[in-house]
Design a protein around this ligand. Structure first.
Ligand code: UT7
Length: 320
């Protein structure tokens, strides 16, 4: 039995760090409102010339170095993003070119917004388990600052830019144990960016729209359910989880999931305060942070979970 094991992780946040007070000078908001409602203190914003693929490449380089893996050893690249560089080709092929990978390995994007990293990780796991790939670069990368309306205080304070990456390798040692993906397109009205290129124009709003309280209620319910299912289907109990590594959208949603699972906050990786909601990048950003600061250690069991537009959501249980 071949497992998909995490060989290394890396992440990247753009240099421009924007505080809640910085935002309060531009829109009618306050550090107090943002902190109490979301837990967010800072977000990072990409420079004009910095594209999603640039963030992805920086995170990927760090993950490859951490995994002591040459870029040419990679035989599949998956990029989870809802803010690709271009309509086409995929950001994954641009990343392949920027990393100088010339072995012709397949490269594609997955689009599941904030659940994107769960979708990408599960897909990579299936490739490795089936023997179709041995070393996979899985990246979550976003420039959400480009699709938020900076005059809309109900959304612009929530999001940020960033990237996180993992190198997965086929291994006899236990790695990804069990994962589950879910989607329900009936809820697309709660969270979307409708604009699309058609007939030489952008049709529909190019900005993210969200029913915040609606998303909140749905997220709390579905994350608890999928997390519980993954744990029990794997034959585990919540007490065996060393770390919850959740999508970093809102501290209150994270606390609610942890509480539902009976996990104390000391077992939760929390980075939302440092980078806000970076969509598909937030789970690998949190994972890399937890590993690099020594919280997460080899041999520990991690539960990763995320939810986003679609709606799409999922969770993965793994041994690090
Ligand atoms: O990655 C998945 C995607 N997104 C999420 O997970 C987000 C899920 N939702 C949430 O995190 C929360 O619903 C929000 C943080 C977005 C909003 O928090 P809330 O406690 O649900 O607030 P609300 O939308 O019910 O708004 C409460 C009040 C409103 O004023 P009134 O109508 O009570 O007078 C808003 O206009 O807060 C006001 N408000 C703000 N005030 C200051 C909304 N945004 C702001 C703001 N600053 N930035």
């Amino acid at each position: 039995m071949q497992y998909a094991k995490i060989l290394g992780t890396g992440s990247y946040l753009p240099a421009n760090r924007v505080s809640n007070d910085d935002l309060a000078r531009k829109v009618d908001t306050s550090d107090e409102w943002i902190t109490t409602r979301t837990g967010i203190k800072f977000r990072h914003i990409a420079d004009d010339g910095e594209k999603t693929s640039d963030l992805a490449v920086e995170a990927a380089r760090r993950a490859l170095a951490d995994a002591a893996t040459d870029a040419d050893e990679i035989d599949l690249i998956i990029v989870a993003t809802a803010t690709p560089d271009m309509q086409f080709p995929s950001t994954a092929t641009i990343v392949q070119q920027k990393l100088g990978i010339a072995n012709g390995c397949p490269a594609f994007d997955v689009q599941a917004v904030c659940a994107g990293f769960m979708y990408a990780l599960n897909t990579a796991d299936a490739y490795i388990k089936s023997g179709m790939a041995e070393k996979v670069l899985v990246i979550g990368a976003e420039t959400f600052s480009r699709i938020v309306d900076w005059n809309d205080r109900t959304t612009c304070v929530l999001f940020g830019d960033g990237a996180g990456a993992v190198v997965l390798g086929a291994s006899e040692e236990t790695g990804i144990i069990h994962g589950k993906l879910k989607a329900d397109g009936n809820y697309l009205g709660l969270l979307n960016t409708p604009g699309q290129i058609a007939n030489g124009q952008i049709c529909g709003s190019p900005y993210l729209t969200m029913d915040g309280p609606g998303v909140f209620k749905f997220a709390v319910k579905m994350l608890a359910k999928v997390a519980e299912e993954v744990i029990s289907e794997a034959g585990f109990t919540a007490e065996q989880i060393d770390w919850l590594v959740p999508h970093q959208a809102n501290r209150r949603i994270i606390e609610s999931t942890a509480k539902h699972l009976g996990l104390p906050l000391e077992k939760v990786i929390l980075t939302v305060q440092d980078h806000g909601n970076t969509s598909a990048a937030s789970i690998p950003l949190a994972l890399d942070s937890g590993i690099k600061n020594g919280q997460i250690r080899r041999g520990q069991h991690l539960l990763l979970e995320g939810i986003g537009g679609g709606f799409a959501w999922g969770a993965v249980l793994l041994r690090y």
